[in-house]
Design a protein around this ligand. Structure first.
Ligand SMILES: NC(=O)c1ccc[n+]([C@@H]2O[C@H](COP(=O)([O-])OP(=O)(O)OC[C@H]3O[C@@H](n4cnc5c(N)ncnc54)[C@H](O)[C@@H]3O)[C@@H](O)[C@H]2O)c1
Length: 394
């Protein structure tokens, strides 16, 4: 691929904005974001106007104008976007989570993912992923899995420590939590493929799966992959006695708002993922590594670059401090350059550089597939009240 890569965005929402802003900070390769498409005419046209792009009425109409599709639509639409991009020989970036189960054919608004049996869900998701993996691999196109935890500077520093010190990672713990997503698709299994495990837990989980890949490649010449998972989920904001104080989103259709996944790797070491929609105080995202020769705490957000004290909300009205804080009064661990500290910029840099040079990115198809294989095995484990379920890898 040439040093100029024409990119088309599929989706014009929250993620499309930070993808676009981060693509515009890539150096060495010209990331030329030429257009955007999305479901609603008004939103894609206003997004295009705001950012100086061309709005395309459909993904098909945009294909000829781009070298790379950047899929930032809700999870239910990822697979279709990838298949179309690959069929046209285009490079692909896909936001997390890769794909999942979005209900049986024709599933309507009354379908409830939380009450549907999980074994067929897991089977169908593995089948979809098998097909997706084959299509991408056969086409030989570039595929980047947009998992920013992998690219957070703190996680990349830990990669260097693990690689150069020959560390053996014994256990890890990671979390992504806040007080509820703003996306309309979030909270509806049919569109999102699950709840907190899928929407948030996928981040620290992928970060930890990545660290064991890194360790395995450095020590053994091959990645160390997940073997089994035990999990529980809960719907805390729907407990009969839940007291709604108005600070936490509660209008979910059929998903969990708390989850925990305990993963055992093939070498017997472990990692634990915590995730929820019930955490106040802004994003609460971290990943901690306990190795045989060191210990590292990676702050994803807040990243600890600055704290600012504001005695009066109104003063900071137009100043962005940290995602999901419900107030700007008092002390705030502000995000000085969030796109940098959470890994968005490094992610786009890696993808564009690799797509242009034919190299493999840090976060690729295998990581995307392993993450979903773990999460859907976790939903089956949760149905069995936490019993261990083997992870079937592709
Ligand atoms: N890495 C991160 O930190 C992060 C943060 C937020 C969201 N995400 C991921 O980004 C993706 C989008 O999330 P969001 O928060 O931007 O959602 P959003 O609801 O803000 O925006 C979704 C956009 O996709 C469009 N869309 C919906 N269905 C479509 C379809 N079939 N074809 C084309 N466009 C379609 C919508 O019109 C909208 O413009 C999700 O996969 C989500 O998990 C990642």
């Amino acid at each position: 691929m040439a040093q100029r890569v024409r990119v088309g965005l599929v989706g014009a929402g929250f993620a499309a904005t930070f993808h676009l802003e981060s693509l515009r900070r890539v150096y060495g390769v010209e990331a030329d974001v030429v257009g955007v498409t999305s479901l609603r005419k008004s939103s894609r046209e206003s997004f295009a106007r705001r950012h100086g792009l061309k709005a395309f009425p459909s993904l098909d109409a945009m294909l000829d104008a781009v070298d790379m599709l950047d899929i930032v639509s809700p999870p239910y639409a990822h697979e279709e976007g990838i298949l179309k991009a690959v069929a046209a020989g285009k490079s692909v970036l896909c936001e997390k989570p890769l794909t999942g189960f979005f209900g049986p054919p024709g599933a309507g608004k009354s379908w409830r993912g939380d009450q549907a049996p999980k074994k067929p869900m897991l089977r169908e998701t593995l089948r979809r992923m098998e097909r997706l993996a084959k299509v991408v691999r056969d086409a030989g196109v570039f595929f980047g899995y947009a998992e920013n935890y992998v690219y957070a500077p703190s996680v990349q520093k830990e990669r260097e420590i693990v690689e150069k010190s020959g560390a053996q990672i014994l256990r890890m713990i990671g979390e992504e939590s806040h007080n509820g997503s703003a996306s309309n698709a979030y909270g509806i299994w049919r569109l999102a493929g699950g709840g907190s495990l899928m929407g948030k837990g996928c981040h620290p989980l992928s970060g930890m799966l990545y660290m064991k890949q890194v360790e395995g490649r450095a020590r053994l010449g091959r990645p160390i992959r997940p073997a089994a998972v035990s999990a529980r989920t809960h719907q805390l904001t729907r407990l009969p006695d839940y007291q709604d104080a108005g600070f936490i989103r509660t209008d979910y259709h059929d998903i969990e708002d708390y989850g925990i996944m305990h993963v055992v790797f093939e070498d017997g070491t472990v990692c634990d993922t915590l995730t929820s929609e019930v955490v106040l105080g802004g994003l609460f995202d971290y990943l901690e590594v306990f190795a045989n020769n060191h210990r590292t705490r990676c702050h994803i957000s807040p990243a600890g670059l600055m704290d600012t004290y504001n005695p009066k909300n109104a003063q900071f009205k137009d100043i962005y401090l940290l995602e999901k804080t419900s107030t700007k009064e008092g002390w705030t661990p502000a995000a000085a350059d969030e796109h940098f500290t959470v890994g968005y910029i490094a992610e786009m840099q890696d993808f564009l550089t690799c797509a242009a040079s034919g190299q493999q990115p840090q976060a690729g198809l295998e990581l995307a597939l392993d993450t979903i294989a773990v999460i859907y095995a976790a939903y089956l484990s949760d149905e069995k009240k936490g019993a261990e379920v083997p992870v079937r890898l592709l």
